[in-house]
Design a protein around this ligand. Structure first.
Ligand SMILES: COc1ccc(CNS(=O)(=O)c2ccc(S(N)(=O)=O)s2)cc1
Ligand SMILES: [Zn+2]
Length: 261
């Protein structure tokens, strides 16, 4: 179906036809070449403050390109580190690959992909609301957490239990249990890379301060597989959702800073 931005036409490599900014100066994702990152002591001096609450996740929706857990942001704020103001949590979603493939994440580290990547999207509270912030150069801050195969993550499993209730694009259910997105932070969330980038899906606004956690979060192989039980529309009809990731784009004239030495 034309609606599938990853499978219609030539996919991400054709996005520039409708969204010329796809070839812009601060696009995402990128490869994080750890030989070229630069430790910035200012990031260590003013630690990132990540606050989540038990009551901030209201619902989960199938957006047609991922699941999205949506929040009213109450008690969920991000500040410090590379950020000059307070950002409020809006939603989290993920990107992942195909069965038995090693690709799936959007950012890569020294050319290596992870099987999936979680994005926790926050908007700058100097703007009136999310929609006002979404296309401003300092409008959004997204925390990226890599998933790696390992022990089961029961917390994320509670979110995955809802996937069967959102079988099609636009399907949405309320989350009637407490879920603290802080559960999805890796044990060590002090070490991260940060750079100025963009949304990784159209409209590809160059409005994101990326905060990529160095330490991945462990989830089980079964949980990676359950991501693919979500459904989306393809040119050949409804099928399993996977490969909903944009591959890395050129870093151009940017330096990725590290909060660690
Ligand atoms: C005009 O209103 C709008 C315009 C655009 C959106 C897109 N949705 S969004 O901003 O949450 C994101 C898109 C891609 C994200 S990623 N993979 O980089 O974290 S976050 C929403 C409302
Ligand atoms: Zn994303």
């Amino acid at each position: 179906k034309r609606g599938n931005i990853y499978l219609s036409g030539a996919g991400p490599s054709a996005w520039h036809e409708e969204y010329p900014v796809a070839k812009g100066k601060r696009q995402s994702p990128v490869d994080i070449n750890t030989n070229k990152t630069k430790f910035d002591p200012k990031l260590a001096a003013d630690p990132l403050t990540i606050r989540f609450s038990d009551s901030c996740c209201q619902s989960i929706v199938n957006t047609g390109i991922s699941f999205q857990v949506t929040s009213n942001g109450a008690g969920c704020e991000l500040s410090g580190g590379p950020l000059d103001s307070t950002y409020q949590f809006a939603q989290f979603h993920a990107h992942w690959g195909a069965y038995l493939k090693t690709t799936g994440s959007e950012h890569t580290v020294d050319g290596v992909s992870y099987p999936a990547e979680l994005h926790l999207v926050h908007w700058n509270t100097k703007y009136d609301d999310f929609k006002d912030a979404v296309d401003k150069p300092d409008g959004l801050a997204v925390i990226a957490v890599f998933f790696k195969r390992g022990k089961e993550h029961p917390g994320f499993g509670k979110i995955q239990d809802l996937f069967s209730k959102i079988p099609a694009k636009g399907a949405k259910v309320n989350i009637d249990f407490e879920f603290n997105p802080g559960l999805l932070m890796p044990p060590d969330s002090e070490n991260y890379w940060t750079y100025l980038g963009s949304l990784t899906t159209p409209p590809l606004y160059e409005s994101v301060t990326w905060i990529v956690m160095k330490e991945p979060l462990e989830v089980s192989v079964e949980q990676i597989a359950i991501l693919r039980t979500l459904l989306w529309e393809t040119p050949n009809g409804v099928s399993q959702m996977y490969n909903n990731f944009r591959p890395p784009v050129p870093l151009r004239d940017r330096v990725i800073r590290a909060s660690f030495g």
